[in-house]
Design a protein around this ligand. Sequence first.
Ligand code: CMP
Length: 144
Amino acid sequence: KQERTFIAIKPDGVQRGLVSEIIGRFEKKGYKLVGMKMINPTKAQAEEHYADLSSKPFFNGLVKYFTSGAVVCLVFEGKGVIKGGRVLVGATNPSDANPGSIRGDFCVDISRNLIHGSDGPESAKAEISMWFKDSEITQWNFIT
Ligand code: CMP
């Protein structure tokens, strides 16, 4: 089924020069990049994005981390991209992430885990509409 997911390259991913590596893995897998922008998230945006985690002890640190620098916001489209995107990203805790996944290959710390990916259809829908206006999602047109 064609679907869309929201992916964010967090400030550590940008600062470590991993933007092209991360986008490249999604592109080469065969997912279609339909939305892309770079922002400095506000505290309010980070709190909204991670609202489900507001009762966790690491919430304040997470908001601080996410707002600490530039973030690349992406929307990828493709067959099974929500689940498949999470396979590319790897387990939340980089210590559990398989080699070959982005977190498995590039990081070691759960509080500096490089990248976010929507964890299901509802969160994908909510996160895409939180970070992107409809008009910022592109259509690919092919010359025939
Ligand atoms: P992400 O996939 O963006 O979804 C929730 C985020 O919370 C997760 O990646 C981590 O960045 C962060 N997180 C989850 N568990 C912990 C933890 N135990 N300590 C610190 N940060 C965490």
